[in-house]
Design a protein around this ligand. Structure first.
Ligand code: BES
Ligand code: MN
Ligand code: ZN
Length: 508
């Protein structure tokens, strides 16, 4: 359960709880010191000794009851660094607030804080509601833990969740409530995606995606449809069926629809929901194979973001599709050399059964575009190891066929603190996936693996404006940040939430 937030106008010295957090901008001259009125004495000493001056990621814990108890009612006082010495732009300022929220959450977790109080800082260039939004995002995302499968420890080491967060605000305006709601919705969607990914392959199956979709449809104004294996056969989805052939687990294709209005534009989101990727007959090496339970992070992002869409009801139609299966080397598994026929008729020669993500995405893209006639498509997938070689764990790879849409995604990712980087998709790369026996083949050789994978997907989107995000490097092991724990990051979820929130009609 996530913490309960209370916005309050109480004076800092009247806030009670287990910890009071104050955020400071990077300020070696300590000009901001006076802003904390009655608490000035308590925080002056560490500032004078330069033990803390607001650097990003830094914090200092004080126990104020030794001497000046009257100034601070909370048993602990945390000074947390906002950084923010000349932020490049608004997005960087937002990221600093998020990061500061994460620092506070980590310290609160360490000291088993149940009642946290935070003074909303003023940040140059950002409205108070935006500071609140990002701080709340950081507080929630930074406090995220997954211990479902761990025995409750008896030695007092068990993690304690924050129950209440009181935030002191300067003025009680409606906008601040909106900021709080936005921060919560985005963070909760991101944490939902992490929860799905943290589940092991035997805990999160294709059926789990279907169950989650149906649950969201009950809770919000969403419609959920699940295509079963027999429906896939009727619709001739040879890619998804082919990848599933070697598995004991039934495939599912989950569709969640949000309808704003008949005249609104439609965004189609497709996420790779590969619940475990063994490689199939082209078996992966054993070392590190356990991480392939994360191969469903694209699907997790697109279904989880629908939770925020359900809560916020934006003015654009959003359809999320997740083709879900695992990729196993069973006796009836797909073999190198096999040819599959996708939804819509295009055939693929299988060179490597480990290039399975594109096979299931092909069906989902073709099906989604034909049936929902979207104005644009965005797909997310942990698609290639090559994107890690190219971009490491700091940026998601982005490729697309429409620069207007590309720009929107680059902007949404930057705003969400999930940076993207565009790779080229010239027609020369398409040559690498030409097949002698089928329309295309499913690998393009060792060169430019991320690009040839995207070139493969492009075959199935036609002229529809489309962007592909390869999140193989960022879905887990993402850049170390205070609000990104070890394990799955939930990357892409908040980028999509931003894309939808800021949607304006687009002419292709
Ligand atoms: N799920 C993997 C991609 C992956 C690799 C994600 C490492 C995260 C970390 C994907 O299905 C895959 O196996 N891709 C192959 C494609 C190749 C056979 C053309 C790859 O990248 O090696
Ligand atoms: Mn694979
Ligand atoms: Zn895979």
């Amino acid at each position: 359960m996530t913490a309960k937030f209370v916005l309050t106008r109480k004076k800092a010295e009247n806030l009670a709880g287990d910890m009071l957090a104050c955020c400071f901008e990077h300020d070696k001259k300590k000009k901001t010191l006076n802003a904390y009125g009655g608490m000035e004495k308590t925080i002056r000493t560490p500032l004078i000794h330069n033990d803390f001056y607001g650097k990003t990621g830094s914090s200092l814990l004080l126990y104020p009851d030794s001497g000046v108890k009257s100034a601070v009612k909370c048993s602990r006082l945390l000074l947390a660094g906002l950084g923010l010495k000349n932020p490049k732009d608004k997005d960087e300022a937002r990221e600093r607030c998020r990061s500061c929220g994460g620092v506070i959450a980590v310290a609160a977790g360490k000291h088993k804080v149940q009642r946290l109080a935070v003074i909303l800082p003023e940040v140059r260039g950002l409205k108070a509601e935006e500071v609140l939004e990002c701080l709340v995002e950081g507080l929630l995302l930074g406090g995220y833990r997954f211990h479902k499968y761990k025995k409750a420890e008896k030695n007092g080491d068990e993690p304690v969740a924050i129950r209440e967060i009181h935030i002191r605000i300067p003025v009680d305006v409606k906008n601040l409530r909106n900021g709080l709601a936005r921060g919560k919705n985005a963070a909760e969607a991101g944490m939902q995606a992490r929860d799905m990914a943290n589940e092991p392959g035997n805990g999160w199956t294709p059926a789990s995606f279907a169950k989650f979709g149906r649950m969201l449809a009950k809770r919000y104004k969403l419609n959920c449809t699940v295509l079963e294996k027999k429906d896939m056969k009727a619709k001739k989805m040879g890619g998804l069926l082919g990848v599933n052939q070697g598995s004991a687990e039934a495939p599912k294709l989950v569709i969640l629809e949000y309808r704003a209005s008949a005249k609104a534009q439609t965004i189609l989101l497709v996420g790779k929901g590969l619940t475990f990727d063994s490689g199939g007959i082209s078996l992966k090496p054993g070392a590190g194979m356990q991480d392939m339970k994360y191969d469903m992070c694209g699907g997790a992002a697109v279904l989880s973001m629908m939770q925020a869409v359900g809560a916020e009801e934006p003015d654009v139609n959003v359809i999320a599709i997740v083709p879900a299966t695992d990729n196993m080397p069973g006796g009836s598994a797909l073999k190198p050399g096999d040819i599959v026929r996708h939804y819509g008729g295009t055939t693929s020669e299988i060179i490597n059964t480990d290039a399975e993500g594109r096979l299931i995405l092909a069906d989902a893209l073709a099906y989604g575009i034909e049936n929902f006639k979207p104005d644009c498509v965005v797909d997310l997938a942990t698609l290639t190891g090559a994107v890690i070689v190219g971009l490491g764990h700091h940026r998601t790879g982005l490729l697309g066929n429409n620069q207007k849409l590309v720009k929107r995604l680059l902007a949404a990712g930057k705003r969400a603190g999930e940076p993207l980087w565009q790779l080229p998709l010239d027609k020369e790369y398409v040559k690498q996936i030409e097949s002698d026996v089928a329309d295309i083949k499913n690998t393009g050789g060792p060169a430019a693996g991320t690009i040839t994978a995207a070139a493969y997907l492009q075959t199935f989107v036609g002229d529809t404006p489309w962007v592909h995000l390869d999140i193989a490097g960022t879905a887990w092991n993402f850049t170390k940040k205070s609000y990104i724990p070890k394990g799955p990051s939930g990357t892409g979820t908040r980028t999509l939430v931003e894309l939808v929130r800021s949607w304006k009609k687009m002419n292709p």
